[in-house]
Write a protein that binds this ligand. Structure first.
Ligand SMILES: [Zn+2]
Length: 280
């Protein structure tokens, strides 16, 4: 029974959050629908982490709650602002190539197309953030955490968040992706993102081949570079599969000792200036 629940948790939470968002869109209150779904997910994961943790040691305070929150507000705030302003621009038909977008497709297919296109940019932004030293120091702020839990999902340096947007937004804009597709991209990325960081003992099975699950993301946070420089997808594993960076060791548990080799300042302001200081 416990195993069945572990397999059902991820898809059930994802479907409930998407249903809440769809109801909000249908009622003309997309922000309300999304925000209520996001709050429901956060509260659910907070409770589940205490009842059914993947790693009990990750429940202990790491002294980073305030920096985590401030990075989240700064980076996600900027990203949300961009996505919803893009949605308004898209809805107003100001996109340069609106006719290129397959508006006659069912909405679910248009959303899937949006995800696949966005993921291509997000994949390369993330991969370069690991493989190119200057922008690794921006991304290192995210990887400096020593525990994964729903709270530090949005811990990204603002420069890191803007790099991801710069890689994923232009193609969608040029193709004329409609506002509703961008709303769905934003919502699904937010839900999948919080789930990838949660400290809940879920199981995933074949879903690992398709989606960026908490299990795959725990490997991505490994201190061992050959494990950490894998699983770059934000929502989907499609581009990791095609470019050979997919990692799912079936015979081992993901690492509990996570983090980076560099020493990261403990304060928010120290972390903001860290990428621009000379490497020690
Ligand atoms: Zn990373």
């Amino acid at each position: 029974m416990k195993t069945l629940i572990a397999y059902l948790l991820w898809p059930t939470l994802m479907v409930l959050c998407c249903t809440g968002t769809a109801l909000g869109i249908a009622a003309g209150h997309e922000l309300l629908g999304f925000n209520l779904s996001y709050a429901f997910l956060a509260l659910s994961l907070f409770a589940l982490e205490r009842v059914y943790p993947f790693e009990r040691a990750w429940l202990l305070d790491d002294g980073q709650m305030w920096p985590d929150l401030l990075h989240t507000l700064m980076s996600k705030g900027g990203v949300q602002l961009w996505v919803f302003s893009s949605a308004v621009i898209g809805a107003a038909g100001h996109s340069p190539a609106t006719s290129w977008w397959p508006t006659d497709w069912p909405m679910w297919a248009q959303v899937l197309l949006t995800l696949v296109i966005a993921e291509f940019g997000l994949y390369w932004a993330h991969r370069l953030s690991h493989e190119w030293a200057p922008i690794w120091r921006l991304h290192a702020v995210h990887h400096s955490v020593t525990r994964l839990w729903f709270w530090n999902t949005g811990r990204f340096h603002i420069g890191n968040a803007l790099t991801s947007i710069a890689f994923s937004a232009p193609l969608l804009w040029m193709l004329g992706a409609p506002g509703e597709c961008l709303t769905w991209l934003s919502a699904i990325t937010a839900f999948a993102g919080m789930l990838t960081h949660c400290n809940v003992a879920m199981r995933f099975g074949w879903l690992n081949y398709l989606f960026n699950t908490p299990e795959l993301h725990r490997w991505h946070h490994s201190r061992v570079l050959s494990e950490g420089n894998r699983n770059y997808g934000e929502n989907l594993m499609l581009w990791d599969q095609l470019f050979g960076t997919f990692l799912w060791p079936r015979d081992r548990r993901p690492p509990s000792d996570i983090g980076i080799s560099e020493a990261m300042p403990v304060s928010f302001t120290g972390q903001l200036t860290f990428p621009f200081r000379r490497a020690q």
